[in-house]
Ligand binder design. Structure first.
Ligand code: C2E
Ligand code: CA
Ligand code: CA
Length: 724
């Protein structure tokens, strides 16, 4: 390849971009680029094109109408001129006066060979007809007025004109009939031609206009339209290309404003969505009251902490759950504002006193969960728990200028020692927390595998208890109650007994109510069990009544029964079914149950009272009930908790409480019964303090109903009969 050629080639190569710029601009101008087909699809384009096309066409048509007339006249003029020169050529110069200057022979020579069909010749002075040749003329007489006369036959074949002396340059006037049959087709073809040109012109103008309009107007409008459609379809994230249009013209400016608005709108929507997502996230993962993470987020963070390794030593985490002791009481007695303030205070104190790497969360009503990576100055989970306990106990929480001393139950577990999965460790910390609560609160309980076993055992016991109800393993024992002064048997407390069938050599094991009643309460199983006990007790009372003894039977009712099941309906039905007199049934409810919902308690007690059954507050003195509420309760009897009786002789405080309860009961017109009476000293103390009734091992343990009946029949009616 020669150097010249290669340089040519390279210049070609260099020209390519230039050409493409040119061709693209050409394409744009002529509407050949990709967007032009769209222009022809646009309805607006079609409307404009049609209007433009028709306007041009109509304009041209009007012009044509004017032109056709002119053209025809011109053709006729030509005919007239041809006729004139033919006639002039045959007029003789000097004929005799009043003689025709045209010989017949010459006249005939032009008629037929030229367009002249016939003519008359007149003298110019007096308009005298000198000669007439060929086809006759419609006007025979000529005068001054008729000099400019022309006439066309209806079929257009004949055209009659008058040539004056001036026209002929001869002193004659000639009226000639000319053959004009070629004029009409000539005009016709003129019209045809013109229409063709008109159409071509209209099309051309329309096309050029459309290309110009398309380029400057329609194309940008269509571009804006696609932008707007994109914005409508996906307002948050519209796919809009940069505008190729000049912002200096109005359309280009409109496009750039529209695009700006679309982008602003998208931005706003994105912001609104982000804010909403943020809010949802906060609601879903944060506790609104304290601003701390909630349990869900805590679990996530715990997982993250446990699984983000990277350090040389494997990670260990202390997981602590804590529950504020008697928080409900504070809430109930002082109001939610105080409770909320305390919760916020606890959260704040924990957050500020624990290391930054730790996570503090509110895991429930009055429950917090904390995880602290060990080895950051704290080495064991126990230390973390003690620190947490200190943080809360160190000083009281000040709310509305009142000091509230808060205590907590704390459960501790360690990752990975107490579970390879962080969620299991958290669950184990909860188990430990439950243990701390069961053991009397205000303490730290470290998770141990034994707890797990205990939990498993409780589950097993619950399953067994379900079967026990079906397998009739449950029975009711009765413990007598006496009038302390008269010594008469006035009632009995019904106490449930469970001999769990098993493979032991006795065939069953005794499970104490203290063990299984709490499980039954937690699981709700107490509801059917309680109903069964009530029915059983009422059947017994009815049997004894029928046998001649008025023995009131006291049945224990737990919180779950009091609030969950319809206790009033149940009682009504049992009374009806067993036919027992209402006053022979007493319901014992612990005072803490009333405190869960005082208004419901007041209402329920009122309804029960209306049924005629007796009501007693069990374990009185251990709860928090206030005297003001006590007055509202429709009850018959206070039952002093047995712990006070047990210690009355050795502990002055307990003795004082027992005395106070007796006096309180009497001041409210209530009977007071003491349970747990084991010795004659107990009995003497109660007698001295004016207690009304007694129940306890001193007189009888709880026994089966037949044994009880035997006891009643053998009883001599005096408390002295029981050994000292
Ligand atoms: P409670 O209602 O306080 O019942 C009195 C408990 O004291 C009974 O224990 C009874 O056997 C025991 N006791 C009676 N006299 C003496 C005494 O002189 N000294 C001593 N140390 N104890 C005495 P038990 O039968 O083991 O029942 C324990 C608890 O189980 C009951 O306490 C009651 O809360 C619950 N319970 C028993 N049966 C039922 C029932 O049918 N329904 C419900 N909801 N709870 C029941
Ligand atoms: Ca009781
Ligand atoms: Ca009791």
């Amino acid at each position: 390849m020669g150097p010249l050629k290669s340089s040519l080639l390279s210049s070609e190569v260099q020209n390519v971009p230039k050409q493409s710029v040119i061709s693209s601009s050409l394409n744009r101008v002529f509407g050949l680029n990709s967007s032009s087909p769209r222009i022809w699809k646009s309805r607006l384009s079609w409307r404009i094109a049609t209007v433009v096309f028709l306007t041009i066409l109509v304009t041209q048509f009007v012009i044509l109408l004017l032109q056709v007339r002119e053209h025809e006249l011109k053709l006729l003029n030509d005919v007239r001129e041809v006729g004139r020169s033919a006639i002039t050529s045959v007029i003789e110069d000097a004929p005799g006066l009043f003689e025709t200057p045209i010989t017949k022979h010459k006249a005939e020579s032009i008629i037929g060979s030229t367009i002249i069909d016939g003519f008359n010749i007149y003298s110019p002075k007096d308009f005298m007809l000198l000669g007439t040749y060929g086809k006759p003329i419609s006007v025979l007489e000529i005068n001054k007025d008729k000099l400019s006369h022309t006439h066309r036959s209806n079929d257009g074949r004949a055209y009659e004109v008058i040539y004056r002396a001036n026209d002929l340059r001869k002193p004659y006037i000639v009226a000639a009939r000319l053959n004009s049959q070629n004029v009409k087709p000539a005009v016709g073809s003129y019209i045809k031609q013109s229409i063709l040109i008109m159409l071509i012109l209209s099309t051309l103008v329309t096309t050029v206009l459309m290309i110009a309009l398309g380029h400057w107007l329609l194309e940008p409008i269509l571009f804006m339209r696609t932008n707007l459609i994109a914005a409508r379809n996906n307002p948050e994230n519209p796919k809009i290309p940069d505008s190729p249009y000049n912002t200096k013209d109005e359309i280009g400016e409109s496009i750039s404003i529209a695009q700006e608005l679309i982008r602003q709108n998208a931005e706003n929507m994105q912001q609104v969505r982000a804010a909403a997502e943020d809010k949802i996230h906060k609601l879903a993962f944060y506790d609104q009251l304290t601003g701390l993470p909630n349990r869900t987020l805590f679990s996530q963070k715990l997982m993250e902490l446990a699984f983000t390794q990277g350090e040389k030593t494997p990670k260990r985490l202390a997981v602590v759950t804590l529950d504020l002791d008697h928080f409900k009481d504070i809430n109930d007695s002082m109001g939610h504002n105080v409770g909320d303030a305390i919760l916020r205070g606890v959260g704040k104190r924990l957050r500020s006193a624990l290391p930054d790497q730790s996570v503090v969360a509110r895991a429930g009503e009055d429950e917090f969960a904390i995880t602290v990576p060990l080895n950051v100055g704290i080495n064991t989970s126990r230390e973390v728990a003690e620190k947490v306990s200190d943080i809360i106990r160190s000083k009281p929480f000040k709310v509305f200028n009142e000091n509230f001393q808060v205590r907590t139950s704390i459960g501790v577990a360690t990752y990975p020692d107490d579970g390879s999965d962080p969620s299991i460790v958290l669950k184990n910390a909860d188990i430990a927390l439950n243990r701390a609560k069961e053991e009397g609160r205000d303490r730290i309980s470290e998770y141990s595998e034994d707890f797990d076993r205990a939990v498993q055992q409780r589950f097993q016991l619950l399953r067994d208890l379900r079967d026990a109800l079906d397998n009739e393993e449950l029975t009711v024992f009765y413990q007598p109650q006496f009038d302390l002064r008269k010594g008469t048997i006035i009632g009995a407390e019904a106490l449930i007994r469970w001999w769990k069938k098993d493979n032991s050599k006795e065939g069953s094991t005794f499970i104490s109510p203290g063990e299984f009643i709490p499980i039954a309460e937690q699981s709700g199983l107490i509801v059917p069990i309680g109903a069964w006990v009530m029915k059983e007790a009422c059947r017994t009372a009815k049997k004894w009544y029928d046998a001649g003894k008025d023995i009131r039977i006291a049945v224990n009712v737990s919180g779950a029964q009091f609030y969950q099941a319809d206790l009033v309906d149940l009682t009504k039905n049992v009374l009806k079914e067993t036919g027992v007199k209402p006053h022979l049934l007493e319901l014992e409810v612990t005072e803490s149950v009333f405190m869960d919902d005082i208004s419901v308690a007041v209402e329920t007690l009122k309804e029960l009272h209306e049924l005629g059954v007796e009501l007693a507050i069990d374990d009185f003195g251990t709860g928090y009930s206030s005297l003001s509420y006590l007055r509202q309760f429709n009850i018959d009897r206070l039952k002093i908790d047995q712990s006070f009786i047990r210690n009355a002789l050795t502990n002055n405080d307990d003795a004082a409480i027992a005395k106070t309860i007796i006096n309180l009961g009497h001041s409210l017109n209530l009977q007071v019964i003491a349970e747990g009476v084991e010795t004659s000293d107990h009995e003497r103390f109660l007698l001295a303090e004016g207690c009304d009734e007694v129940q306890g091992f001193r007189y009888s343990k709880p026994v089966p109903k037949d044994e009880f009946w035997e006891f009643v029949e053998n009883y001599n009616g005096s408390l002295d009969s029981f050994k000292a």
